[in-house]
Design a protein around this ligand. Structure first.
Ligand SMILES: Cc1cc2nc3c(=O)[nH]c(=O)nc-3n(C[C@H](O)[C@H](O)[C@H](O)COP(=O)(O)OP(=O)(O)OC[C@H]3O[C@@H](n4cnc5c(N)ncnc54)[C@H](O)[C@@H]3O)c2cc1C
Length: 568
């Protein structure tokens, strides 16, 4: 029998933060990861945590107050405000960041992004960015880190940060753009020659890479290819785990507790059909092994899957390229194109229905409310060449392969474009004409795009008079179909403020914790700002580890669970 203090199920942001924290607090920690790779959805992500009152914003000369954060969260969450868990999040989030920055390789930088909602108490730089990381520092473990989604990289394995995008778009237009792009390309080519791939890690890959390096350095035991199968329970308490390792079932006992951090159920078709609106039209961006294992284990031990939320996922509009081999590339339209000046989004009838630059959460919520499974991003050629549209990158990349593949719809006139998307030509023409009239003055009386700090920030800062608004220019014109999708689920197990899993009567299940997507989100399906998943995931991973350390070891166990008979 193997014994340790803490077992963590899943090596994403929540699990690895917990593992590093517990280890730094002197506990023995085992992380079991189902797949070949460490990093989970976190490695695909933007790597941005949302943490009010964080110390990092001070580097940008910004500050925040607890009162402002509470006011903002009350305004955004309304009746979904969960007093105890929000308090734990606000108390521990800044502490967790400072702890990781002090004790580990995990480092952040300020990001001037405003909160997503225009509400009292809103602020900037509660969303942070992870500092890029040199993958070489992971040594042989680099190959065990999940790569980002291929559709979000360039030239196969070149990772770029948000701050690279603007200069890269201006590669042949400004000296600064040329210099920046040349530097990145030179580095990438050198890395390709030396390592066969780009090793500059950015965004969520940098976060996952930094967490992985830190866990290894701290002495966490990390097992990949080791799915958790079953919890070992005794008298209602969780005492350990049965996992599959090297083709055998093994039992591991935990003196302090087991943390469920297996990353939700984004790839579980049955659960998606049950909990996601218009599920048959929805596209998930999560890895295919995130099928709700942790939630299932929690429920088997008496935990409760809570679906009483404002929504069950982080939504995002998605475009889809079906490739000749039958595979599908899903591109999340988080912000890069739809908030830029010179484009708009219309419903199948050819009418606008939303502030195109609104948060991904609000954009898709509006699609749900209107029962829209397909809408179209519409722009002219100048927009396509300047900003790109989805997978079709800006100049000097060619859009031709995407037009030929049927991903981008191209037409010489708006009327012809309308026909191709099945809209009434006169309706689309009128929509664009009205939009253009106001956009050229920097206003949007219909949906308020560009009027709030958030949509202004997500636009092109060099565009005047409004960074997010510009007329749709000359043809040829392009349309791209957008569908509802999700960056991850957020609906999970009921827990208390210590991240302990609760049973149907609200009692703690001793020895069982949940964090990240296995814990029902403290934001309850609302999205105050970029990072509202990773921020709480890391915070409650930290909280769980600290609680396990403070709670002390469980009593000596005499495990008699019948499932053990199956164990070799
Ligand atoms: C493109 C994209 C961008 C995003 N950007 C952001 C952002 O910037 N900020 C933000 O807050 N959120 C963002 N998100 C969402 C965010 O990435 C996730 O909500 C978050 O990373 C989840 O972290 P986690 O630790 O709970 O799960 P994960 O990171 O998914 O980790 C869970 C791990 O558990 C493993 N696992 C599953 N089952 C088992 C099992 N039975 N046994 C052992 N291991 C198991 C999985 O393989 C996985 O490695 C983004 C998502 C996407 C797709």
């Amino acid at each position: 029998m193997i014994e340790t203090d803490v077992i963590v199920i899943g090596a994403g942001a929540a699990g690895l933060t917990a593992a590093i924290t517990a280890r730094k607090l002197g506990l023995e920690v085992l992380v079991v990861e189902k797949t070949a790779y460490f990093g989970g959805t976190t490695a695909y992500s933007g790597g941005a945590p949302w943490i009010p009152c964080n110390h990092v914003m001070k580097q940008a000369g910004l500050s925040d107050t607890r009162k402002a954060a509470e006011t903002y969260l009350h305004a955004v969450l309304g009746d979904w405000y969960d007093e105890d868990r929000i308090k734990a999040f606000l108390d521990n989030g800044p502490e967790m960041l400072a702890f990781l920055e002090r004790e580990s390789e995990v480092k952040f930088k300020p990001f001037l992004a405003p909160d997503y909602e225009v509400q009292p108490g809103a602020a900037r730089s509660r969303s942070l960015l992870t500092q890029e990381y040199n993958g070489k520092l992971l040594g042989e473990h680099l190959k065990l880190l999940r790569l980002p989604l291929p559709q979000l990289m360039l030239f196969g394995t070149m990772q770029i940060e948000g701050s690279d995008i603007h200069p890269m778009r201006k590669v042949f237009k400004t000296w600064q753009g040329f210099k920046h792009t040349t530097k990145l390309m030179t580095r990438f080519i050198t890395e390709r020659l030396q390592h066969g791939r780009g090793v500059r890690l950015a965004n969520g890959n940098a976060l996952a890479g930094r967490l992985l390096r830190s866990a290894i350095d701290a002495g966490v035991t990390l097992w990949n290819h080791t799915p958790a199968l079953e919890l070992v329970t005794e008298g209602g308490a969780v005492r350990g785990l049965i996992a599959q390792k090297d083709g055998r079932k093994i039992r591991v006992m935990a003196r302090r507790g087991v943390l469920l951090a297996s990353g939700g159920f984004g790839a579980n078709a049955e659960m998606r059909a049950k909990y996601i609106p218009m599920a048959e039209h929805h596209w998930s961006l999560q890895p295919e092994d995130n099928v709700g294992d942790g939630i299932g284990l929690g429920v088997s031990a008496g935990g409760v899957l809570n679906d009483r939320n404002a929504g069950q996922c982080i939504w995002t509009p998605v475009s889809v390229l079906r490739q000749p081999d039958g595979s599908v590339l899903k591109y999340p339209h988080i912000f890069i194109d739809r908030a830029m000046p010179g484009s708009l989004v219309v419903d199948p009838a050819g009418r606008r229905f939303v502030n195109e630059g609104s948060s991904y959460q609000n954009f898709v919520k509006t699609m749900h409310a209107r029962q829209l499974d397909t809408v179209y991003l519409v722009a002219g050629r100048a927009f396509l060449r300047s900003y790109g549209i989805g997978l079709a990158r800006p100049a000097p990349f060619s859009e031709r392969p995407y037009v030929d593949a049927g991903y981008l719809i191209e037409a010489p006139t708006l009327a012809a474009l309308a026909q191709k998307i099945g809209a009434d030509p006169s309706v689309l023409e009128q929509t664009v004409q009205r939009f253009n009239t106001h956009a050229s003055q920097g206003t949007d009386p219909d949906f308020g795009r560009g009027a709030d700090p958030h949509t202004q920030f997500r636009g092109d800062a060099t565009h005047k008079p409004n960074p997010s608004l510009g007329p749709v220019g000359d043809g040829p014109y392009y349309a791209l179909a957008l569908h509802p999708g999700d960056l991850s689920t957020v609906m999970g197990l009921d827990t208390n403020a210590n991240a302990q899993v609760l049973d149907r009567d609200g009692r703690v299940i001793p020895g069982l914790y949940a964090a990240g997507l296995d814990m029902n989100s403290v934001m309850r399906g609302l999205y105050p700002g970029g990072g509202s998943s990773i921020g709480p995931a890391m915070t409650f991973g930290y909280v769980a580890a600290r609680h396990m350390q403070q709670a002390g070891p469980s009593d000596t166990y005499t495990v008699t669970s019948p499932t053990l008979e199956a164990v070799l």
